[in-house]
Design a protein around this ligand. Structure first.
Ligand code: PMV
Length: 323
């Protein structure tokens, strides 16, 4: 279907929502930076309570207006503006928009809002223009805003296929299981620091590819973890899932740390939190079971604990206790 031409644009406001996701098997590195094509597949779980809500309408001027968490974005070279230009050129659209987008979680909480943000924006533009894009097409579109956004179109356990085609048409995310398949699996975010990142993930990932001697091995090992991870989710096996996720994330950070110059997102408090979680899962006495808990860390200092619902309360105030 063809998009509406500017003469038939109305003043309708469209609203769309998307939720955040946490990668259990990480995406770190692009093989094509302009198309946002990853070097490997990744797999995530949605955080359904953490959402971005986006309202989009046609602008009555020849300019986009972007309001992010209540503040007008004045910098013209921001990622949202680049994404809108990509969208216009992909679908041969000449319209401009007024976009109001907000998260129900604080950006300082240690969760990337770009995944839910670009997924909600892709969905709202699709609705505004009546494009009727499929979930696969929406994922490919959201990917052009931020790689991890490709995994926020669907909820539940989602696999972003690396793909092999140079045009990126086979690099999209697909739901493997509903969240209801394993509702007891829980993620607790330990907010340890709220400072801005020293380096953006976009820059850090490409520096890692270019200079870390361990990057190629990580890509190979990480890709090989996808199949056992899917099996662990299918069987609801927290120990296999947790061990794979923790290893994948720590090895990703090792690659960054061995890049030149070294990139380090992990602070003293991050390391203390990891050690605490690893200690908790050791059995108190031989034969007894430890707490089922594992860590995963993205491009920042905060730790996400992977555990089961009955154990969540153990971690609730942990960030205050870590020195
Ligand atoms: O999509 P980006 O550019 O925000 O990159 C996300 C990278 C990680 O969060 C570190 C890993 C991932 O797979 O989400």
């Amino acid at each position: 279907m063809f998009p509406q031409s500017s003469s038939t644009q109305n003043k309708q406001t469209i609203t769309a929502r998307a939720h955040a996701n946490i990668a259990l098997i990480k995406y770190w590195g692009k093989r094509d930076t302009s198309l946002f094509l990853p070097t490997k597949s990744s797999l995530s779980i949605s955080l359904d309570d953490l959402q971005t809500t986006t309202h989009v309408s046609f602008s009555q001027t020849q300019q986009d207006t972007i309001i992010l968490n209540g503040k007008v974005v004045t910098n013209k070279t921001n990622h949202i503006s680049s994404f809108l230009d990509t969208f216009r050129s992909l679908y041969n659209i000449h319209a401009h928009y007024t976009i109001e987008t907000s998260n129900n979680f604080p950006t300082a909480a240690g969760l990337a809002s770009s995944a839910s943000g670009f997924a909600a924006l892709a969905k709202s533009l699709d609705k505004l223009h009546n494009l009727n894009l499929s979930s696969k097409e929406l994922s490919i579109l959201a990917r052009r805003g931020s790689g991890s956004a490709s995994r926020s179109i669907e909820s539940g356990f989602v696999l972003w296929h690396r793909g092999h085609k140079p045009d990126g048409s086979d690099s999209y995310a697909q739901k493997l299981f509903d969240r209801s398949h394993w509702p007891e699996l829980a993620i607790v975010v330990l907010t340890l620091e709220t400072n801005k990142k020293p380096v953006s993930s976009r820059e850090a990932m490409q520096k890692t590819i270019a200079t870390s001697p361990f990057y190629k091995t990580w890509v190979k090992n990480s890709e090989a973890r996808i199949a056992p991870m899917i099996e662990a989710i299918r069987k609801k096996d927290i120990h296999t899932l947790g061990a794979l996720a923790e290893k994948d994330s720590l090895e990703m950070h090792h690659c960054m740390q061995t890049a030149t110059p070294s990139i380090n997102f992990l602070t003293k408090r991050t390391k203390a939190a990891i050690a605490h979680v690893q200690n908790l899962r050791k059995p108190a006495q031989p034969g007894s079971a430890g707490t089922p808990c594992y860590c995963t860390i993205d491009a920042g200092p905060n730790v996400k604990v992977i555990t089961l619902a009955p154990y969540k309360s153990i971690f609730r105030d942990l960030s205050h206790k870590i020195l």
